[in-house]
Design a protein around this ligand. Structure first.
Ligand SMILES: *[C@@H]1O[C@H](CO)[C@@H](O)[C@H](O)[C@H]1NC(C)=O
Ligand SMILES: *[C@@H]1O[C@H](CO)[C@@H](O)[C@H](O)[C@H]1NC(C)=O
Ligand SMILES: *[C@@H]1O[C@H](CO)[C@@H](O)[C@H](O)[C@H]1NC(C)=O
Length: 505
């Protein structure tokens, strides 16, 4: 076994040293290369398909490749040759990978990693996919994930799905890639695609971004449409970019935000907060200047003894100060113990009830499907569990969700409790200290952001003693994406921590 792993390591190292130029290419660099006719969209797609062929058998970040990707690339190249206006900007001709919860009405399946949905037909593209197509992006394929976005069983490993198998962390193959948007993070980290899109209910973008040394934006709930996305909880779910740089993530965000009739209530309100001229205008080298950033040490700065991380993060705080930020240190979020405990906060009670309603509605909306309700999925898992090696991890969250009966008194109390915790906790701390953002290592702050619907950006920040990446998380109040992009970009440009994957066995 270990011989197998070490020879694998050598193979991967050899692969790593080839084709350095296209690796790590940013959207801005690709756009420039397009304009100078140094590369076209077809060549780019061919490059990434080659990387997928080489790396994906080990990393398992990609679940399906779009059989029409080259066709879409050729169309983009023709449009660019004809100088069609949309071909000069944004994601036109750029390959994008989507978490397997995001519906596409094409040859790709949309399954949340489960065999139960294989072969089902969705009614239409997800709202954000329509926007990607309008922009002329190339849908390269579907990314792996933790099955059902980690909402089937607490004991299911992060990054595992029956359809894709176990996704691997490209830095340290034995380390977790974290989930549930594991595949998008693994795939952009290892240069199997230019940019990717994941989803988050509580931590599912921020955690894999942190563990795979990439940038993840968890947008304010409602900023991006959730229509056509296999749901967990409509009041917490959000769709966002996972990319190698803050700049790439801002380009993707620009493309996917906005009103969608099929997620009308949430996206209508949000569309008022989308800045004229989009998000890339906030990619300012001096973005940290004058920003008031709260530091919450307890409990987020606790690292294991002997770790290099305390020093690394102290240096990062120094860098933030040096770049002109005003740090307000040692702040506390009131009620944080309760907020971080999903049982105590009400998050678990509310989300399982919402999940049952939302997943049943999603399944009913499908044109054809072998499962039409949560009951059907549970029965499918029981029947085919052994055959498809999925029963091993149980499905107790599904069973608990099925036992709920709509939004009753218990759920209303849970929702009210989350609102109170947010008002007296995160919101109060932000307002009382006049903060633009909060900084914390990793992604452990995610429950506070989940229950408030708040946005955050994870940026590569460190590698621990074993070489496992750790991100830094900048979070803020609703609609603060412009400020968070300024801060994240400022930090990224001042530190440039990200390095290409090491494939340590
Ligand atoms: C979608 O699933 C079907 C099986 O139902 C399979 O034949 C097909 O190849 C899958 N599509 C892609 C693009 O992998
Ligand atoms: C870590 O160090 C602290 C103080 O130096 C000590 O009290 C604690 O027991 C140590 N923990 C471990 C797990 O070694
Ligand atoms: C979380 O809260 C529940 C219920 O309020 C409690 O029973 C449990 O012990 C708490 N868990 C932790 C780790 O504190």
């Amino acid at each position: 076994m270990s011989m197998f792993i070490s020879s694998l390591f050598l193979v991967l190292l050899a692969l790593l040293s080839s084709c350095h130029a296209q690796k790590e290419a940013t959207i801005q660099e690709i756009r420039l290369a397009f304009n100078k006719n140094r590369v076209n969209s077809r060549q780019l797609v061919e490059f990434y398909l080659g990387e997928i062929k080489k790396l994906n058998p080990v990393l398992k970040g990609v679940l399906e490749v779009n059989p029409d990707a080259l066709y879409e690339a050729d169309r983009a190249d023709r449009e660019r040759a004809a100088k069609v206006p949309r071909s000069m900007v944004g994601l036109h001709g750029i390959p994008v990978l989507l978490k397997d919860t995001i519906a596409t009405k094409d040859k790709l399946n949309t399954t949340a990693g489960s065999f139960a949905l294989l072969g089902s037909i969705v009614p239409r593209d997800a709202g954000i996919v329509s926007r990607l197509r309008q922009a002329g992006a190339v849908i390269l394929g579907k990314a792996s994930l933790s099955e059902w976005s980690s909402f089937r069983s607490l004991s299911a490993p992060s990054g595992f799905s029956p359809r894709a198998g176990q996704g691997k962390n490209p830095y340290v193959l034995s380390a977790t890639p974290c989930g549930s948007s594991s595949g998008p993070a693994i795939s952009v980290a290892s240069n199997m695609v230019a940019v990717s899109i994941g989803t988050e209910t509580d931590g599912s973008i921020l955690c894999p971004a942190s563990f795979n040394s990439v940038v993840g934006i968890k947008p304010t709930v409602g900023l991006t449409s959730r229509a056509g996305v296999i749901p967990i909880s409509p009041s917490l779910d959000t769709v966002g970019p996972i990319c190698r740089t803050v700049s790439d993530a801002a380009y993707v965000l620009d493309t996917i935000v906005g009103f969608d009739y099929n997620d009308g209530e949430a996206t209508k309100k949000a569309s008022r907060y989308i800045p004229l001229g989009g998000y890339t205008q906030f990619l300012k080298p001096d973005g940290l200047k004058g920003k008031r950033i709260g530091v919450i040490r307890n409990p987020f700065f606790a690292f294991s003894n002997g770790s290099n991380l305390p020093q690394v993060f102290e240096n990062h705080l120094q860098t933030l100060r040096r770049e002109g930020a005003i740090l307000i240190d040692n702040l506390e979020i009131a009620g944080l113990d309760t907020i971080l405990n999903v049982t105590a906060s009400g998050e678990a009670v509310a989300t399982i009830a919402e999940f049952k309603i939302a997943i049943n509605a999603y399944l009913k909306s499908l044109v054809t499907s072998r499962v039409r309700s949560l009951v059907d999925i549970i029965a499918f898992n029981k029947k085919f569990g052994d055959l498809e090696m999925i029963d091993e991890f149980g499905q107790e969250i599904f069973l608990a969700a099925e036992a709920t009966n709509g939004i009753g008194d218990l759920e209303k109390a849970a929702i009210a409790n989350m609102a109170t915790l947010t008002r007296d906790g995160y919101l109060k701390m932000m307002v009382e200290n006049g903060l633009d953002a909060v900084v914390t290592p990793g992604s452990n702050i995610s429950p506070a952001l989940a229950i408030g619907g708040f946005p955050a950006i994870s940026v590569p920040a460190a590698y621990d003693g074993e070489g496992v990446p750790v991100g830094i998380c900048f979070s803020g109040l609703k609609w603060s994406e412009p400020t968070l992009i300024e801060i994240s970009y400022g930090f990224e440009q001042a530190t440039k921590v990200r390095k290409i994957p090491t494939f340590i066995p």
